[in-house]
Design a protein around this ligand. Structure first.
Ligand SMILES: [Zn+2]
Length: 462
């Protein structure tokens, strides 16, 4: 069997299979051709299904309990108010491109999440959305930024403040960013010799959070005939045109993967988890707050608090454990019974109409392996099958909100992203119900004829 000469991965952050593969494929001829000439389907994201850790789990084939981060914001165990950001310095496992680079293969990466600050690669790296701005050193080799600015007439890493009400402006900026990234990626693809080329576009994620309600008749805030009715489809058609150019530039000997890190779907609302904990008598504030207030550690009466939470597309629940937290109240001996009680209470949360939600509360020890499992939140909350996000602000009127504490947002994440891949020659990938983002790195290595490290064994899709 001939090995593929080269591999290209095009990442569409947040691309949802139910739209891209099931509804819109006929409008995306280049993706359709890839699907028909190769294999495609759903790909299970990490737990939690969010950008950090999903892309890094995809490229290292290790789970968040091994990686040691559970979002881009992370808590230091035993501290009430510390947060650290999981950027590239937090990634201590080799990604597929590190393994390929060690084997002498040239790799070019553009905008893959968690690549700032840049580390040396055997090739070129342009970092991604946790880069403060383009005045920082965000390329390897250093100093490429000027060339990228010249190619793209000012390179853009991300759209600032995508949770905004100025939708026309947001849409314009998303297209601008996508086109600049595409220009830069095309140029690098043409000037550099490469065996592995990967680019990730954040536009789909920003678009879906900003525009889902305009495009999905099932969304609670949808209004028929609005001016952005086709904004999501139009953008994916645009991405598909770029995909066609990419595939043509990559050449016939390249294996091509289009993949997303997780899916997306309509947000039903935001549940005020800390207000709920207060109501349950599990969280006590030093004094009542006046109106919606950002939750901060220094407003908590820790000696009378059992648990507190961080919000987001999944909820992170922390227990105030004696001997672990500075003013812990829950004896270690009671830890499991307190967790069980919290799980039962959260799984009994009903929606605003009083209907049962389909919620899942996970113990990290049940889903992860690795030395960092105990750095995970004590419980991870998927409220109503992820249809509801969790809001951490306190002082809300009632427990159900429909805007987030960080601005308007219309969509949540979903467990499954999409994958479509075509290999040259006769080879085919097997994509099935168990296909997981952690299967991507070993597949790439095998396609390129490199040995698969022990920890990735059994995961290749070939
Ligand atoms: Zn993402």
């Amino acid at each position: 069997m001939a090995e593929a000469g080269r591999v290209v991965i095009i990442g569409w952050d947040c691309a949802p299979p139910q739209l891209v593969l099931d509804q819109w494929l006929d409008d995306m001829p280049n993706l359709k051709q890839l699907v028909e000439g190769g294999a495609a389907g759903r790909i299970r994201s990490t737990d939690p299904p969010i950008t950090v850790p999903a892309w890094t789990s995809m490229l290292t084939s290790v789970n968040p309990g091994q990686l040691g981060f559970f979002g881009f914001r992370n808590r230091r165990v035993g501290e009430y108010d510390s947060k650290w950001i999981a950027n590239n310095t937090a990634v201590n496992f080799p990604r597929a491109w590190d393994i390929l680079g060690d084997a002498g293969k040239r790799c070019c990466m553009v905008n893959v999440p968690q690549t700032y600050p840049v580390k040396p690669v055997n090739g070129i790296l342009v970092s991604s959305f946790l880069t403060p701005d383009t005045t920082c050193e965000y390329t390897y080799p250093a100093g490429l930024g000027k060339q990228l600015d010249a190619i793209a007439d000012g390179y853009m890493i991300d759209v600032d403040e995508f949770r905004t009400d100025d939708k026309r402006d947001l849409l314009e900026r998303i297209y601008l960013m996508t086109d600049k990234r595409f220009k830069v990626s095309k140029a690098l693809m043409q000037v550099d010799e490469w065996d592995f080329f990967m680019m990730v576009e954040m536009g789909p994620d920003r678009l879906e959070h900003g525009f889902w309600k305009y495009c999905d008749p099932e969304h609670p805030k949808y209004e028929p005939g609005n001016e952005f009715e086709t904004a999501m489809l139009d953008y994916y058609v645009h991405l598909d045109e770029q995909l066609g150019e990419f595939i043509a530039l990559a050449g016939d000997d390249a294996a091509v993967f289009v993949v997303s890190d997780h899916g997306g779907k309509a947000m039903q609302g935001s549940f005020c988890i800390n207000d709920w904990l207060i109501e349950q008598g599990l969280l006590t504030l030093n004094q009542p707050v006046d109106g919606i207030t950002r939750f901060e550690a220094d407003m908590v009466d820790w000696e009378h608090t059992t648990a507190w939470s961080w919000g987001g597309y999944y909820g992170r629940l922390f227990i105030n454990v004696e001997g672990r937290e500075p003013q812990g109240t829950v004896p270690k001996a009671d830890y499991e019974s307190v967790r069980d009680d919290l799980i039962a209470r959260i799984e009994a949360i009903a929606d605003p109409e009083g209907r049962m939600m389909d919620s899942r509360v996970l113990r990290p020890q049940d889903i992860y392996t690795g030395e960092h499992v105990d750095e995970a939140p004590d419980l991870m909350i998927y409220l109503d099958d992820l249809n509801w996000r969790l809001g951490q602000d306190v002082g809300n009127e009632g427990l159900y909100a429909f805007d987030t504490e960080i601005g308007p947002d219309d969509s949540v994440h979903d467990y499954h992203g999409m994958i479509a891949a075509r290999l040259p020659g006769e080879r085919q990938l097997t994509i099935g119900p168990d296909t997981h983002v952690m299967d991507v790195a070993p597949t790439v290595l095998e396609v390129l004829g490199e040995p698969i490290p022990e920890h990735m064994e059994g995961r290749s899709l070939l």
